[in-house]
Design a protein around this ligand. Structure first.
Ligand SMILES: NC(=O)c1ccc[n+]([C@@H]2O[C@H](COP(=O)([O-])OP(=O)(O)OC[C@H]3O[C@@H](n4cnc5c(N)ncnc54)[C@H](O)[C@@H]3O)[C@@H](O)[C@H]2O)c1
Length: 438
């Protein structure tokens, strides 16, 4: 189990400057966490480089980006993208002539999945094929990136990869029930984890969300050696999730979204950074708060813990700017609904025995329960319905703020070389935001 270490100061170390290189290991989406880091890299004048996961042809084969897709992605990133597909995971990989895991599972149904069995020797062969494809491509990508790093430059590798839900029709229905179902539609996350389907999914999460950090560190060993030999420094960061301290009853208390099936992969990610750190490689996993992004939208209720950030902004010395954030959020609510009433609802929700019973760090990630699904999804639905427009939510605004706050904390925190695993909680994010907007 990782030692719990929260960042309690605003890092000031300045390592990166014009001519240094920032490498994004993952694709960039509009609301994605990594926008915070990229803003910092841009402001420092760094050269930005990126990768692509590639795209799938109709027959499932992986391809590079077309010239149009490539140009569009480079324009969005504001930097060069090495066009060698780096899709992680092995759900669509197999030794030549064999079925891949997605094909093996194509027959499962909502009725049968808990009893359907997989041939683990075959699955392991698919995993090996997927890892070989990815690590070989990562070598090719790093050989190209190496050419773009001038002698004397420092390099910042930002890992952002997470995912691995296989595209199996029946699973989408199962996932909808596990993450969004309540009442008759509730489904237990334990049932998933105990099934062969669930075991396969956890293996794929490990590959996409955790092992890719190790493959990145390994594939860039040559770059690291060259950069360091010329007096430069290299940093690696990755985004973790392992619960967050938020204000409950005016105190910062660790809490978590449940059920976070990906939690096992996130703990593996932490141990990869710890092992790298022990070898002298400065890799830090920053465990970040729950926000709404393309990747987290499936987890209904994950956004609830964002509301108390408003309280943290004030507690951490926020002035006129913090009040402005309150006003913006108030304006997103429907006629006659006060922001305070939403915060009160949240406090009541967080104080329930049901909610509190999941605040067990050592037991993380815990299984869901029908009571929690009822309460959490019910509260989420209710609060969403109190907005003027369901497409302009307070949690969208607060997500953007959290992402903005994590940017400098990670950028300067990585430079400072603090620890392999660090929690960024609402206290430090609020303090950083207030400092940015003084
Ligand atoms: N959203 C949250 O609440 C939250 C909280 C803490 C940590 N994080 C972490 O932040 C990181 C970025 O996520 P985000 O929420 O900003 O969402 P996002 O959708 O913007 O980013 C997901 C990233 O994963 C990559 N990816 C997805 N499937 C992949 C695959 N098969 N192979 C390779 N790459 C793949 C995408 O290219 C993208 O870069 C992730 O590690 C995520 O777990 C998110």
């Amino acid at each position: 189990m990782t030692e719990y270490k929260a960042l309690r100061h605003i890092p000031q170390a300045n390592l990166f400057r014009q001519g240094d290189v920032f490498v994004l290991f993952g694709e960039l989406f509009g609301r994605g966490y990594v926008n915070g880091l990229i803003d910092e890299a841009r402001a420092a004048g760094m050269t930005i480089l990126g990768i692509t996961v590639g795209r799938r042809n109709d027959d499932g084969t992986l391809r590079a980006l077309t010239p149009e897709e490539h140009a569009e992605a480079e324009a969005k990133l504001g930097g060069r993208i090495i066009n060698v597909p780096l899709m992680a995971g092995f759900d669509m990989d197999a030794p030549p002539g064999e079925q891949n895991p997605t094909e093996m599972l194509s027959g499962i149904t909502l009725k049968s999945w808990q009893d359907d069995k997989l041939d683990w020797t075959k699955i392991e062969a698919c995993r090996t094929a997927g890892v070989q494809r990815f690590t070989q491509s990562a070598q090719e990508v790093m050989a190209e990136i190496d050419k773009l790093i001038p002698d004397g430059a420092n390099v910042f590798f930002a890992h952002t990869m997470a995912g691995g839900i296989p595209k199996i029709k029946a699973f989408l229905a199962i996932a909808n029930r596990i993450y969004k179902g309540r009442g008759d539609r509730f489904m237990s996350s334990r049932a998933l984890l105990d099934s062969d389907l669930g075991k396969l999914i956890l293996m794929n999460f490990d590959e996409v969300s955790a092992n890719t950090l190790k493959y990145l560190i390994d594939a860039s060993a040559g770059i690291r050696a060259r950069v360091e030999a010329k007096g430069g420094q290299v940093r690696y960061t990755a985004y973790g999730y392992h619960g967050t301290e938020i204000l409950i009853g005016d105190e910062y208390v660790w809490q978590t979204y449940t059920n976070y099936t990906q939690g096992y992969a996130k703990m593996r990610l932490e141990s990869i950074a710890e092992a790298a750190w022990a070898q002298g490689v400065t890799a830090t996993v920053f465990n970040c708060p729950e926000i709404r992004t393309n990747s987290s939208d499936i987890f209904v209720g994950v956004e609830l813990s964002l509301f108390p950030l408003l309280l943290a902004l004030k507690k951490e010395g926020g002035g006129a700017w913090a009040q402005e954030q309150w006003d913006i959020c108030q304006n997103l609510l429907g006629e006659g609904v006060s922001l305070q009433s939403i915060l009160d609802k949240l406090e009541t929700y967080l104080q329930t025995a049901t909610s509190a019973s999941f605040r067990n760090f050592d037991a993380w990630p815990m299984d869901n329960t029908p009571e929690l699904a009822d309460l959490m999804i019910g509260t989420s639905d209710e609060i969403t319905s109190l907005h003027k427009d369901k497409k302009a939510l307070i949690t969208d605004h607060l997500s953007a703020l959290v992402l903005e706050g994590t940017g400098p904390l990670m950028f300067h925190g990585a430079a400072e070389k603090i620890a392999p695993v660090l929690w960024l909680n609402h206290d430090i994010i609020a303090r950083q935001l207030n400092a940015l907007h003084q």
